[in-house]
Design a protein around this ligand. Structure first.
Ligand code: CP
Length: 311
């Protein structure tokens, strides 16, 4: 199945059926990744450029690996190694990319809407790898994939997103993906870290973690994004940990089969205790592994691979 749109800019643009098709395609690629030689010729001859104007460990590496596993040529540049650091504009960057005739562009940028700007100007497909506080669609897809792999379904589950939701593009994409897939989404954070449209997004809001944690099947813990907050939105990290940290004691009082997630990078001892992050209930490293397969699925479906991807 090919997606209806040329680009993947946000979960908001995807139908439930398209999300399920990406997750199903990702499942076939998990099997490829388990092979002795984890490669398929699905995108041989295609070229994908990774433009990361913000730091990334997981997303940048897994998009690079996903392209290689599909036999595409993958080229990357970052803010510090590109001419953007000499003042080149995003529009000129786009024109140069167009001149090099690449097939796809993966972009992360601090400005919400930067991927949309490129997508309107390029014939190449564009994937949003995180734009400002707006969306991080492939993170939501790999989160949904991981929940479905762990619990067998998403429909009817109660999923809690905990932490710095107002500043999180992951939260926005997760809310859209989980609700489209039939989950009930709960948000918990101090009032200063909640978006003003939380209820309009179809979520139930809690200010006290102990009022909601024992209700839910899954908790997705978010990092305090101090680089985006700009001013103190809570008294101290120690107080934040006491009120909102996912501690061993809190997890011990929750459902025995509670699934613990975190998109990374983690601040151990702030939003999540190290013992919880490394526990048997944590699927945090599964999220990272699944990210490669899900990003393979996205690249494959956007590039319109013409051969059996499992061949
Ligand atoms: N989850 C996530 O986007 O991690 P990176 O910033 O390392 O890509």
């Amino acid at each position: 199945m090919k997606l209806r749109t040329k680009d993947l800019l946000g979960i908001a643009d995807l139908t439930r059926e398209e999300i399920v098709a990406i997750l199903d395609q990702g499942r076939t690629f998990i099997e490829v990744l388990d092979r002795a030689i984890p490669m398929v010729p699905a995108l041989r001859g295609k070229t994908i450029v990774n433009l990361f104007f913000e730091p990334s460990t997981r997303t940048a590496t897994s998009f690079g690996l996903a392209a290689k596993r599909l036999s595409a040529d993958s080229v990357g540049f970052s803010l510090s190694t590109s001419a953007v650091s000499k003042g080149e504009t995003l529009l000129d960057t786009a024109r140069n990319i167009e001149a090099m005739k690449v097939d796809g562009v993966v972009i992360r940028h601090s400005m919400a809407g930067a991927p949309h700007f490129l997508a309107r100007r390029l014939k190449a497909f564009v994937v949003n790898a995180g734009d400002g506080r707006h969306e991080h669609p492939t993170q939501a897809l790999l989160d949904a994939f991981t929940i479905r792999e762990t619990l067998g379904r998403i429909d009817g589950l109660k999923i809690l997103i905990l932490g710095d939701i107002a500043n999180s593009r992951v939260a926005r994409s997760d809310i859209l993906a989980f609700t489209k897939l039939g989950a009930r989404v709960y948000l918990c954070a101090p009032p200063t870290l909640l978006p003003s449209d939380a209820e309009a997004l179809g979520c139930e809001v809690f200010y006290r973690l102990d009022h909601v944690l024992n209700e839910v099947n899954v908790v997705n813990v978010l990092r305090l994004q101090l680089e985006r907050q700009g001013r103190g939105l809570f008294p101290t990290q120690r107080e934040y940990h006491q009120l909102y940290g996912l501690t061993r004691e809190r997890v011990a009082k929750a459902r025995k089969d509670l699934v613990v997630m975190h998109p990374g990078p983690m601040n151990r001892g702030v939003e999540i205790d190290a013992e919880v992050a490394d526990s048997a209930q944590s699927v945090i490293l599964n999220q990272v592994r699944n990210g490669v397969a899900v990003r393979m699925a996205v690249l494959y479906m956007l590039a319109g691979g013409e051969v059996d991807p499992k061949a």
